[in-house]
Structures are given as C-alpha cells and as structure tokens.
Design a protein around this ligand. Structure first.
Ligand code: SF4
Length: 425
C-alpha cells in the first residue's frame, strides 16, 4: 500500500490519510506520570528494564515526591529457565513494597517490552498476588509496552483493566452518568458542580480518586468520554452494558458546551436549566479567550501525532482562536469516538493518521508553520531549525478541560509564539 494513501472520507469535509513508517512517540508507560496522581492509594510497579526506569524517572522527574507511587522492578536478561526465578523475584519485590507501604490498596503491575518481561505472564502474577494480598490490596496488570501502546494508550490500558472489577449497578433505566478518563481534581470538581446545576444527580468518575470508590456500572450507565484515547476502556464498558453518549471533547468553550449538552439531552435536562447552568462558565471562557484570538488568529499550526488529543485541540484552535491548520497528525483516529470532532474541523483540513517520520518532517519543514505541536524528541531538532514548537506532553499534565481552563489552553499555544518573538527581538 502507498505509504501515504488518502482514504475514502464518506461525506465529511476533511481529508483523512493514513501513513505507516518510522514513528517517534512515547510508550504507554508515560501515563503513569499523571495516573499515579489521580488514584491516590494506587501504586504502579513497572516490570521492566533500566530503560523503562529511566523513562519513568525522567518523565516524572519534574515532580518531587517524598513517597512516589511508582517504581520499576528491573528484570535483567535471563534464559527461559530463569522465568521461575523472575516470578519469585517479582513476588519478593511486591511483598517488600506492601510491607513498606501499607497505604497501597491497588497495585498495578505494568508490563513493558524487554523480551524477559514479555516471557512473564503478568496476568497470572497479578491473580496470584491478588489472592495472597486480598482483601487489603487488589493487584491488576496492564501493558505499557512500546510495542503495544503509544503514550496515552497506557491510560486506556490501565482504565480498561479496572472495568471488569467495577461493582455492578443493577438498574436498567438510564439513571447514572459516568465520566471516563483521568481529569485533574480541580476540573473534575468543576464538572461535578455543573452536572449538579443541570439537575443530573448521579454522576460518577472513572478512575475514582480512591481504589475503594470505583464507580458501579451497568445497563443504566450512560458514559461520556473525557479523553479521546480510550477505545479499549469504552469497549470494556459497553461489554458491561454501559452506553456512550456521542459528543465532542470538553476542550475549549464550544467542546465543553457540546459535551455537557450530550449529557443534558440524555438525561432530559430542560433547555432553560441547561443554559442557566452553563451561562456563567461560558461567559468566563469567552472573556478569557478574547485576547488569544488576536495572538493566535491566522497562525499556521502543524500537529505531529503524539497524544491522540490532536483532533479536538485542532478543532479548538481553528474555531475558537482562528488558527490555521496545516496538518493534524494523530497516532490513531477512532472514527466513532471522534465523529463529532471531525465534523467540526474546517473544510479541507488534512488529518494524517499514523506516522512516517521522515516524510512528515519534510512536509513540516516545507510548510514552515508558525507553531509545531510535537513530542519532546522532535522539539529540539525543529527548534534548532528555527521552528517554534509546543511539547504535546504538557497538554496531558496541565488541566485544560472545561470552561475555566479554556484561556489556559489557548495560553499553552500562545506562549511559545511569544517566546520566539522575544528571542527575535
Ligand atoms: Fe520500556 Fe519499552 Fe517503553 Fe522503552 S519503549 S521505556 S523498553 S516499555
């Protein structure tokens, strides 16, 4: 197949292409950096190599913890006969960890890609350890391996591993709303207040802040994805009977309104009540965004594929700040979950799924965009060539969802442009 073949795009107004080749994306271990802050009594034990330990330490190195909630059990090279020892070693490490940290209620064994780890059956290890440590500690496993996951897919794998163990909600009528995807606590609290103001009483969040408070799920559950990279989690929730509410993602004022509107429609919230609930937030977002229209309008933006947040971010930049989209790269495009977003993209937008790194670098150099959104590995070489970059990983660490963060989100894109201008002056 042609490495850069246009795909049929039905009747939508964007051009969707697929590309295959060398990629430059973090592996799924990176998700631990924000997930360990979210579930306060969980611990993430990476079963991996020294490389994995370095990645986690340097990705999380920006934060100092007296008692971090992640670590790496380093499995050195060994032959098949050494696998039994590796299992014993893992059990020893876990036992020591739990003795030292009695506050841990949920332990994730996170798989990685060294061959010694692939030979280990972590799901059996999780089962074995869970039986030994329950009821105080539950042990789950998922893969953050660079072979199976990119960057944000680590969160998807983590949340999907939680779903089979969620309590059952026997109610058949659609009564509960589940918000799915790790949001910072401040954003979660704002959304909870908005849903209360709309009159939706039973709102739950996945993941919960505590292992013992994970939400119940069943046929009466209607869920909103708060993040666009949760394909496996969504599938697991559907298997438990939950139904997704199609919506854009809550980035920027327009996305937030569309996202809340989907819940309002599903739960029969009256128009007046909905409008009254969102009016103050929407007004604050409009005020906060106004100065950024001036700074970002007409700026040409190029997205390299990284976090899967690219399409909603591009929609926000184009529609709420007037930026021009040169190319919107995304590692994976879930056409179902992103249908509402794709529809909102400006006519003629080029969405590029997957990556052929050299070809994409060439296109970026030729286009000379005003701003390039990319991973850490690409930012330095592009800056050296005089291009202005934004690290996409910051968009995962920073609270950006909801009305009250719309201005902060625009600022994240405006700041590198200002920095470049000051350097030039
Ligand atoms: Fe570890 Fe594989 Fe990620 Fe490298 S790509 S840090 S070896 S899981």
């Amino acid at each position: 197949m042609n490495a850069h073949a246009p795909l049929p795009t039905s009747d939508c107004n964007v051009e969707i292409r697929q590309e295959r080749g060398q990629r430059a994306v973090f592996c799924g271990l990176t998700g631990i950096v924000w997930l360990h802050r979210k579930i306060q009594d969980a611990f993430f034990l990476v079963v991996g190599s020294r490389t994995c330990a370095h990645l986690i330490q340097s990705a999380a190195g920006v934060m100092i913890f007296a008692e971090p909630r992640f670590a790496t059990a380093i499995i050195d090279e060994r032959d098949l006969a050494g696998i039994a020892d590796a299992n014993e070693e893992l059990d020893r490490v876990v036992t020591r960890l739990i003795e030292r940290r009695p506050d841990i209620r949920l332990l994730f064994l996170v798989g990685s890609c060294p061959s010694e780890v692939i030979k280990l059956d972590l799901s059996r290890a999780a089962l074995r350890l869970s039986q030994r440590l329950s009821p105080e500690v539950r042990v789950l496993n998922y893969s953050g391996s660079g072979i199976e996951t990119t960057f944000t897919q680590g969160e998807d794998a983590c949340l999907a591993s939680l779903v089979p163990g969620l309590p059952s909600d026997p109610t058949d009528a659609p009564t509960s709303l589940l918000v799915v995807g790790a949001l910072s606590d401040v954003v979660e609290d704002q959304f909870a207040r908005l849903f209360t103001a709309m009159g939706i009483a039973d709102v739950r969040f996945l993941p919960a802040r505590k292992a013992g408070q994970m939400p119940a799920v069943g046929r009466g559950t209607r869920y909103l994805l708060a993040q666009p990279f949760l394909a496996d989690t969504a599938r697991a929730l559907e298997e438990r009977g939950a139904r997704r509410l199609p919506a854009p993602f809550p980035l920027g004022s327009e996305g937030t309104t569309g996202w809340l509107q989907a819940a309002a429609d599903a739960f029969g919230v009256e128009t007046e009540r909905f409008e009254a609930a969102i009016a103050p937030g929407r007004a604050r977002a409009a005020t906060a965004l106004a100065p950024y229209r001036e700074r970002l309008s007409g700026k040409r933006v190029f997205f390299f594929p990284d976090s899967q947040l690219e399409v909603p971010l591009a929609r926000f930049l184009a529609r709420e700040t007037g930026a021009v989209l040169v190319e919107v790269g995304t590692p994976y495009l879930h056409r179902g979950h992103l249908a509402e977003e794709i529809e909102l993209l400006p006519r003629g937008t080029l969405v590029n799924e997957g990556q052929d790194l050299d070809a994409q670098m060439d296109r970026c150099r030729a286009a000379r965009p005003d701003l390039t959104v990319c991973g850490l590995g690409l930012a330095n070489p592009l800056e050296a060539e005089g291009l202005t970059t934004k690290w996409s990983i910051e968009l995962l660490f920073t609270p950006i969802q909801g009305y009250d963060q719309a201005g902060d989100l625009a600022e994240l894109f405006a700041r590198p442009l200002l920095r470049r201008r000051l350097l030039e002056v």
